[in-house]
Design a binder for this molecule. Structure first.
Ligand code: UD1
Length: 403
């Protein structure tokens, strides 16, 4: 079974790595990595491939940055060519970035002529069980033409912030409505999909695949002491990441956030690896000079996975708008303050260590964490480092693969 694993942007790489390594061990599977090129800097992409022991992508679409329409359109045009050339049986997309949606959309509309005698199978969720070697087929009853397209599987399906101003929410809804197989990280995701009318037999609760990467590299992560570089002590600094358009694209919002962070450094030093979008906006808003001269605020370039995770493992608290850090901090039992009005990962709030907050109440929340007023969270079920093997088992069962 030829399987495309779509990698596009930084948060995707730790989601495809465990699956790539697990599928590589299976005789029936030929996984290949397709990098759309949405993220392209050394420290936003290549460094992650190295840390996660991923080979160079087999296909690189080189799409780069652009407006949402440009980026989505460019991925679709390039990926359609790649699909026609390589004809995979299965396309696995992860997360919620523009490339996730673009590749799902392209694969769902593709039609290739059959290379072998067609084997018509209904493909509406009722029956995915056909031979692993055959391309998926849909019978067009009116014309009796057999159309072929790869199956689409989505890892991290079903997450919803219910906030359609977030580009990621649109990407999630579109991707999930097109996917044939939906692998979910937590029961709330299953409920969201069922509420949207998605057939239950397409939905498989497999857990959180990012935790597999964290556990795979735990030894290397724990060996580092990145905080030493800044003469900080483990457990005695906060970690900051900000990149959501809602926090960093409006100069007034960004300025207010910088003022709060500066005040927080009077209580605890902050380490802040700066995302390229944020850096550009900080520079344009002329906010860099005051930040770089703030005592106790350490601005860094984006870090590799192992170095960054070492900072997460050892921080006192995280201040973020990232999805992944909400999950990693919950898994590690580290307090996390998420600068967003909502989250598509509610399990991290109800069960984990995450709190949603605003720039206005950030300082108070930090203070309450530092004074020990913070309940311990618990780790959600199936966030255990074994998600990739559950995905492989799910594929074996869907395609009746015995080996
Ligand atoms: C994207 C995802 C977001 C994810 C984030 C993680 C979408 C809609 N957004 O946001 O869900 O949380 O990745 O980082 O898909 N840039 C570089 N070098 C790079 C990549 C980007 O300099 O390697 C700069 C470019 O100026 C670009 C800007 O960052 O215009 C934003 O990149 P883009 O991929 O459009 O969105 P992100 O903000 O990274």
């Amino acid at each position: 079974m030829l399987i495309h694993l779509i990698a596009a942007a930084r948060p995707n790489f730790m989601k495809i790595a465990p699956l790539y390594h697990a599928l590589k061990k299976e005789k029936w599977a030929s996984p290949i990595i397709v990098h759309t090129g949405q993220h392209y800097d050394l420290n936003m992409s290549d460094a992650f491939f190295e840390d996660l022991s991923l080979p160079q992508p087999d296909l690189h679409l080189g799409v780069g940055s652009g407006t949402h329409a440009e980026q989505t359109g460019h991925v679709m045009i390039a990926y359609e060519k790649a699909l026609l050339k390589t004809r995979p049986d299965l396309v696995i997309v992860v997360g919620d970035v523009n490339s996730t949606m673009a590749c799902s959309l392209t694969a769902s509309k593709l039609q290739y002529a059959p290379t072998s005698p067609p084997e018509p199978v209904r493909l509406d969720g009722e029956d995915l069980r056909h031979q692993a070697t055959s391309k998926s087929s849909i019978v067009n009853r009116q014309s009796s033409i057999v159309r072929h397209r790869p199956l689409i599987a989505h890892i991290e399906a079903g997450l919803r912030s219910f906030d359609r101003t977030m580009p990621e929410e649109i990407n999630r809804i579109v991707t999930d409505s097109l996917a044939d197989i939906l692998w979910t990280p937590s029961p709330d995701a299953d409920e969201n999909l069922i509420r949207e009318g998605i057939s239950r037999d397409k939905i498989h609760l497999v857990g959180n695949i990012m935790i597999d990467s964290l556990e795979m590299l735990r030894g290397k992560i724990e060996k580092q002491a990145v905080y030493d570089e800044f003469r900080l002590k483990a457990g005695d600094y906060g970690l900051v990441t900000l990149h959501r358009p809602s926090n960093v694209d409006d100069p007034r919002v960004l300025k207010a956030l910088c003022a709060v962070l500066t005040r927080i450094t009077e209580r605890i030093p902050l380490v802040f690896p700066v995302h390229p979008r944020t850096r550009k906006n900080l520079e344009q808003a002329a906010l860099m000079p005051s930040l770089t001269t703030t005592n106790g605020l350490f601005l860094l370039e984006p870090l590799s996975y192992v170095w960054f995770m070492n900072l997460v493992f050892n921080c006192r608290l995280a201040i973020t708008d990232s999805g992944g850090i909400q999950e990693e901090s919950t898994y590690l039992g580290i307090p996390c303050l998420t600068l967003r009005p909502n989250t598509e990962r509610p399990v991290t709030v109800h069960q984990g260590t995450n709190q949603l907050c605003t720039p206005e109440d950030l300082e108070t929340r930090v203070e309450s964490i530092l004074s020990g007023k913070m309940s311990q969270g618990t780790v959600p079920e199936l966030w255990d480092g074994q998600t990739a093997s559950r995905v492989v088992n799910s594929l074996k069962s869907l395609f009746r693969i015995d080996c």
